[in-house]
Design a protein around this ligand. Structure first.
Ligand code: HEC
Ligand code: HEC
Ligand code: HEC
Ligand code: HEC
Ligand code: HEC
Length: 443
C-alpha cells in the first residue's frame, strides 16, 4: 500500500514536470476551414493545369511555394519538433507548407514523407491558393479553402473553358491573401514571422502597393493557351531562398533572381577618416539603408536568416589583415556566441535576425520552444548606422584597404548541424547584397 502511494506520488511529480516543460507549443485550431465533405481529388494536381497554363506552371514549379513541403530543412525541423513535443506540433507546420493535404487529414502528426499522397508533396500548390474563398485570420493558415465552385483569380472577364469555372475575386489582388500564411504565431503568442503585419504599416501599403506588385510582377501575355493577351502575373515568387536539393527545377534561374532582388534591397555608405596614425584609434561609420518599402529587412523566417556586416581592413604594404568583423570560423559560423570554435570573439559583430528565447531566458532555436523573442531588423526604407572603433597596431605602414560588405544567407550553419544537415551547411550560398571599398592613408 505504501508503495502504491509512493508510486502514485512519483507519477504525479513526473507528470506535472512533463506538462510544465511542454505548455502548448502551438495555438488552438484557427477558423473551421476544414470542410469534411471535400476530398483530395477535388484539388487537382498542378500537372493537370500545365497544358493550358504552361507559363504559370513552369514558373511555380521552380518557386519556393513548390518546395515548402519537400525542403530538407523543413522536413528535418518538423521531425525534430514532433519528437521534442511528443507530436503536439501536429498540423501546425504542415498546415502552411502543404495546406490542402493537411486540412484534409492526409498528414497525420509524425507522418513519413514516403507515405504522403502526391498532392501533399506539391506543397503550396496551384489549388492551395486558387481555391481560397476567404481569409478569416491573417496568421497560421487562417484561410477557407473550397475548389468546388471553381478556381478564383483576379481576371474580371475570363474566357470560358470546359476545364473549370473561373471566379473573379478581389482578394487575389490584395496582400490579405498572402497574410493567411505570411504571419506565424506560436501557442504562446510569440511572433515567429510577421511579414503581413509589417507590410500593413509600411510605406508600400500606404501607397496602395500589395505583395503581388513586388513578388508577382505583371507582364503582357496569355493567361491560358488560346486566350487573349492581357495583364498576367509572374509565379516565380522570388524571395531570398533557393532550393538546396539537386533535382529541383530552375535552380540557377531562381538563384540569379534571388541575387538580383537582394542586391536591390539595401545600400551601404561608409564614413571613414582620410588618414590615420599608426598605433592610433579611429571610428568607422557604416550606414545601412533599406530600399525595401514592403516590410522589414530581412523579414519572414528571421530566426533562420542571417544578414550581417563583414568589415575587413588590410595593410597594403604587408597584405596583413589589421582588423576584421563579420568573418567566419572554420565551421562557417560567425564568431558570435554560437561559434563552437571561439564564441564571442567578434564583439563588434553587427547581425540582423531573430533570437528565440526559452522559458528561462536561454537561447532556443525552434519556434515551438520559444516563450519570447528578440528581433533586430531594419524597418522599411529606414537606415541604421553602427559605429566601429578601430585600434591600429603601431607596426602598420599603410595605406589601408577597407572593404565593407552586407552579406546574407538563409541559415546559420550551426542550426543546420543541429538538424544533422551538415552537407547542406557546407554548400549554403552567401549573397553579397552591397559592397563598399576605400583607402585610408597612414601617417
Ligand atoms: C502560418 C504559416 C506557417 C507555419 C504555421 C509554419 N511556417 Fe514555415 N514558413 C512559412 C512561410 C510563409 C515561410 C517563408 C518565409 C521566408 O522565406 O522568410 C516559411 C519558411 C520556413 C522555413 C525556411 C525555408 C527555407 O528553406 O529557407 C523553414 C525551415 C520552416 N518554415 C519550417 C517550419 C516549421 C518546422 C514549422 C512548424 C514548427 C513552420 N515552418 C510553421 C509559413 C509557415
Ligand atoms: C483546358 C484548359 C485549362 C485547364 C486544364 C485549366 N485551365 Fe485555368 N483557365 C483556362 C482558361 C481558358 C482561362 C481563362 C483565361 C483568360 O480569360 O485569359 C483560365 C483561367 C484560370 C484562372 C483565372 C480565373 C480568374 O477569373 O481570374 C485561374 C486561377 C485558373 N485558370 C487556374 C487553373 C488551375 C489551378 C488549373 C489546374 C488545376 C487550371 N486552371 C486548369 C483554361 C484551363
Ligand atoms: C515594395 C516591394 C515589396 C513588397 C510590397 C513586398 N515585398 Fe517581400 N520582399 C521584397 C524585397 C526587396 C525582398 C528581399 C529583401 C528582404 O528580405 O526584405 C523581399 C523579401 C521577401 C521574403 C523573403 C524574406 C526573408 O528574408 O526570408 C518574403 C517571404 C516576402 N518578401 C514576402 C512578402 C509578402 C507576404 C508581402 C506582402 C505582405 C511582401 N513581401 C511585400 C520586396 C517587397
Ligand atoms: C501563393 C499563391 C498562388 C499559387 C501557389 C499559384 N497562384 Fe496563380 N495567382 C495567384 C494570385 C495572387 C494571382 C493574381 C495576381 C494579381 O492579380 O496580382 C494569380 C493569377 C493566376 C492566373 C490569372 C492570370 C494572371 O497571371 O494574373 C492564373 C491562370 C493562375 N494564377 C494559375 C496558376 C497555376 C496554374 C498555378 C500552379 C502552377 C498557380 N496559379 C499557383 C496566386 C497563386
Ligand atoms: C497557403 C499558405 C501560403 C499562401 C496563401 C502564400 N504563401 Fe508564400 N510561402 C508559403 C510558404 C510555406 C513558404 C515557404 C517555402 C519555403 O521556403 O520552403 C512561402 C514562400 C514565399 C516566398 C519565398 C520566400 C523566400 O524566402 O524565398 C515568397 C516571395 C512568397 N511566399 C510570397 C507570397 C505571396 C506574394 C503570396 C500572396 C499572393 C503568398 N506568398 C501566399 C506559404 C504561403
Amino acid at each position: 500500500m505504501r508503495y502504491t502511494v509512493f508510486f502514485l506520488l512519483i507519477l504525479f511529480v513526473v507528470f506535472s514536470a512533463c506538462s510544465h516543460e511542454l505548455p502548448s507549443p502551438v495555438p488552438d485550431e484557427g477558423p473551421d476551414n476544414l470542410n469534411r465533405e471535400l476530398k483530395l481529388e477535388d484539388f487537382s494536381m498542378p500537372e493537370s493545369c500545365a497544358p493550358c497554363h504552361p507559363n504559370h506552371y513552369d514558373e511555380w514549379e521552380g518557386s519556393m511555394h513548390a518546395y515548402a513541403a519537400i525542403d530538407p530543412v523543413f522536413i528535418k525541423m518538423q521531425e525534430h519538433g514532433q519528437k521534442e513535443t511528443d507530436k503536439k506540433l501536429d498540423q501546425f507546420c504542415i498546415q502552411c507548407h502543404s495546406p490542402v493535404a493537411s486540412k484534409l487529414g492526409h498528414t497525420p502528426a509524425g507522418y513519413r514523407q514516403e507515405d504522403l499522397p502526391p498532392l501533399a508533396l506539391k506543397s503550396v500548390s496551384c489549388t492551395s491558393c486558387h481555391s481560397i474563398v476567404s481569409v478569416e485570420e491573417h496568421k497560421n493558415a487562417g484561410a477557407v479553402f473550397d475548389p468546388r465552385e471553381g478556381f478564383r483569380g483576379s481576371i474580371p472577364d475570363p474566357v470560358s473553358t470546359p476545364a473549370h469555372k473561373s471566379i473573379y475575386s478581389e482578394l487575389f489582388t490584395s496582400s490579405d491573401l498572402c497574410g493567411a500564411c505570411h504571419n506565424v504565431v506560436n501557442g504562446r503568442d510569440v511572433i515567429i514571422e510577421n511579414t503581413y503585419t509589417e507590410w500593413q504599416s509600411s510605406p508600400a501599403a500606404a501607397a496602395g502597393q500589395q505583395c503581388q506588385d513586388c513578388h508577382m510582377p505583371a507582364y503582357q501575355g496569355q493567361a491560358a493557351v488560346g486566350g487573349p493577351v492581357r495583364e498576367v502575373h509572374r509565379h516565380t515568387f522570388v524571395g531570398v531562398d533557393v532550393a538546396l536539393i539537386d533535382d529541383f527545377p530552375d535552380r540557377e534561374e531562381q538563384a540569379r533572381l534571388v541575387t538580383e532582388l537582394l542586391r536591390s534591397a539595401a545600400q551601404i555608405d561608409v564614413t571613414a577618416p582620410d588618414s590615420v596614425r599608426a598605433g592610433g584609434f579611429f571610428p568607422l561609420y557604416v550606414t545601412i539603408t533599406s530600399l525595401t518599402a514592403g516590410h522589414h529587412l530581412p523579414t519572414g523566417a528571421v530566426a533562420d536568416r542571417q544578414m550581417w556586416l563583414a568589415v575587413t581592413i588590410t595593410d597594403q604594404a604587408t597584405g596583413e589583415i589589421v582588423y576584421q568583423s563579420g568573418h567566419l570560423d572554420a565551421n562557417g559560423d560567425l564568431y558570435d556566441r554560437h561559434s563552437e570554435i571561439a564564441p564571442n570573439l567578434d564583439y563588434d559583430l553587427v547581425v540582423f535576425n531573430q533570437q528565440l528565447v526559452g522559458e528561462t531566458g536561454d537561447d532556443v532555436f525552434f519556434s515551438w520552444e520559444a516563450f519570447d523573442e528578440r528581433t533586430v531588423t531594419i524597418p522599411p526604407l529606414e537606415s541604421v548606422t553602427p559605429r566601429y572603433f578601430i585600434r591600429l597596431p603601431g607596426s602598420v605602414q599603410g595605406p589601408l584597404n577597407v572593404t565593407v560588405k552586407l552579406r546574407f544567407r538563409t541559415f546559420p550553419p550551426f542550426l543546420l548541424r543541429m538538424l544533422a544537415l551538415d552537407d547542406i551547411a557546407a554548400r549554403l550560398p552567401i549573397v553579397d547584397m552591397a559592397e563598399w571599398e576605400g583607402t585610408i592613408a597612414v601617417n
